[in-house]
Ligand binder design. Structure first.
Ligand SMILES: Cc1cc2nc3c(=O)[nH]c(=O)nc-3n(C[C@H](O)[C@H](O)[C@H](O)COP(=O)(O)O)c2cc1C
Length: 221
């Protein structure tokens, strides 16, 4: 696949087929992704992929805790405290698109909670990938981990797979740590649902917008 096509074709997939992903393919995706650039080649990331029993146990416990309202303290601030208007508008639009696709109205709090819960089921994906960042690096280093994460998404598209990045897992750092065994020197950056898209599911039917070129880029000569 052309790289440009992989970039254009990637989108967040929130329902997956009950179809196993070959372990070697997962390894291949994670292996090529390490070519991501990082400042001074620091590679401040670690990756933990769960599938099979390891995946099922983690999902089961996360859902049980979610149902009991036992979310944990996040290790980093996921959303800004002060949200500028442009941020709020885009956040609203992405929520509107997601909930609209599955017919969940503004006032339907119960259904919104059920949709949020699907994060902890990995949206039915057979593989969960958890990416950590070393505690010693600041925002700059977190950006470098972002390069790795995007590589995972694009390599997955190239392999015929789909992904959804999930900061939702920042709500269960201790649980994920217990299951995958990341060290005290790491912070859980995000989870990634990985699998084959259920293209018939309405939740996968919408595409998010992007701003016009002129509003975010300028070419100066
Ligand atoms: C770091 C990161 C974390 C995200 N976390 C979640 C999440 O927890 N749950 C979710 O449904 N989508 C999550 N998303 C998906 C975004 O909502 C999505 O990327 C955005 O709306 C753009 O849509 P697209 O990915 O389909 O192009 C996350 C995206 C990023 C980059």
């Amino acid at each position: 696949m052309e790289l440009k096509d992989a970039i254009a074709k990637r989108y967040s997939v929130r329902s997956y087929l009950d179809k196993k992903v070959d372990k070697e393919l997962v390894k291949e995706i994670l292996e090529v992704s390490k070519r991501a650039p990082s400042g001074v080649n620091s590679q401040p990331w670690k990756i933990y992929a769960v599938m099979g029993d390891a995946r099922d146990k983690l999902v089961k416990e996360a859902c049980e805790k979610f149902d009991k309202g036992e979310l944990e303290k996040e290790e980093y601030q996921v959303y800004p405290t002060e949200r500028p208007d442009w941020y709020k508008a885009r956040q609203r639009a992405s929520g509107f698109a997601l909930y609209g696709a599955v017919g969940i109205g503004r006032e339907d709090a119960d259904k919104r909670i059920l949709q949020a819960r699907k994060n902890y089921e990995l949206f039915g994906a057979p593989v969960g990938v958890f990416v950590t960042v070393h505690k010693s690096v600041g925002p700059n280093g977190w950006g470098h981990v972002g390069h790795l994460i995007q590589n995972i998404c694009l390599a997955s598209v190239d392999a015929g797979l789909a992904t959804c990045l999930q900061e939702a897992w920042a709500g269960f750092p201790n649980l994920v740590k217990r299951h995958v065994g990341y060290s005290d020197e790491e912070i859980l950056w995000c989870g990634i649902a990985l699998g084959y898209e259920d293209s018939n599911h309405p939740v996968n039917s919408f595409r998010t917008e992007r701003e016009e070129f002129e509003s975010y880029a300028k070419i100066l000569e």
